[in-house]
Write a protein that binds this ligand. Sequence first.
Ligand code: SF4
Ligand code: SF4
Length: 454
Amino acid sequence: MSAPVAEHVLASAVVQPEVLTGFSGPDAPPWEVINTCVHCGFCLPACPTYKLTLRERSSPRGRITLIKAVAEGRLDLMDPTFQDEMYLCLNCRACEAACPSGVKYGELVESARAQIEAQSPRTLRVRSARIAAFRGVFGSSRRFRAASAGLRLYQRTGAQRFVRRSGLLRRVGLAEKEALLPELSERFLVPGKEFWPAEGVRRGTVALLAGCIMSTAYAEVHRATARVLSRNGFDVIVPPGQGCCGALAIHSGDLEAGRAAARANIAAFSSPSIDAVVSNAAGCGAAMREYDFLLRNDPDWAERARRIAGKVRDVSEFLADQGLVATPGPLAVTVTYQEPCHLVHAQRISRQPRELLAAIPELQLIEMPESALCCGSAGIYNLLQPEMSSALLERKLANATSTGAAIIVSANPGCMLQMAAGLRSKGVQTEVVHIMTLLDRAYAALDVTAAAAN
Ligand code: SF4
Ligand code: SF4
């Protein structure tokens, strides 16, 4: 089928009887969610792909109409426009936050992608690459650390500098993708190997999600997070047996790989002594909060998934809601705050990070325009949809640098990598810093002041 068929569907939007024919199996986009959309269009101004294209089919309402048409058998699942639109969507969930009818758009697009992946005649090469990535490398934290160690060697031995200077990457069209590689930490965070006891009066025990990229590229952000939590009265454990949250696989339509990751994490975090499962990566926290939906049809895991999902907190949300008992030291810096989509839209956390920033004496927060607009990172979207991703990154950096702030604060590894790479390519000195690193710096400043006074 050709693109005009999808256009025709958008123009007609015929209401059909509730017989689902285009999707199959228990992972079909839920009909009750499709049907919640009343086509009011309130979500359109919030949607990054609609903002940039002004095309109805690239809007949330347009995509829901397409999903409904496939569900009703009026549009083929293999229709190229349908597939393009499912993957041009960033899954940023800005539409969900804007929707007055409570349409759970994320459930629709993730289910639709899973249907495409299950029924697409992918080449053996593509299938093998997906299996190797989602079930091989991301499916085991041991293998992920081994792959990261190889990458660290490439970065530290000078091989990266040599390859970049040789022009080889540009010749094979990989220069921009390679520039997005995170700089690997000197010492990875290995679950089960580190523990931070509560300082002062003990308020509880939290379990930190180590994740994949966070534990190898941002291990120091994890340690900063643990120090901040410990300063505020919490024992911090990193339970063994945990791994990647599964978000990358889920967003790419490999629900089985996502479910395997979810089961491993549910088992790892199931101790009743854990008061909260804390994540400092917005995308991972959002994925874990939705383990109950992911495993809803699995009788052995559904209840356990619901229990763990209910314990997950983003670290900013957790600290702001519990209250800081240790006052941070002063940091005389100007910062602007970039809201990760999966924090502000998927988890609806916007007030708490700002409260934490306000708790740092002498820090000045300068709000950027469109702070909640996607930066274009969106998991591996920046690799798969480079044009749309670059346009969004340009807009984000223009908004952020217009504030003149010295630091862009964020709370998600993908956004941090994307913005840092964009700034580097422009030669702009603005630093990109995780909010927990900033708080940790503020507590360290307090220690320096106290030491000087003694
Ligand atoms: S998703 Fe929500 S806001 Fe968007 S058109 Fe449907 S009902 Fe309206
Ligand atoms: S998830 Fe984001 S990109 Fe996709 S339709 Fe919603 S607002 Fe648009």
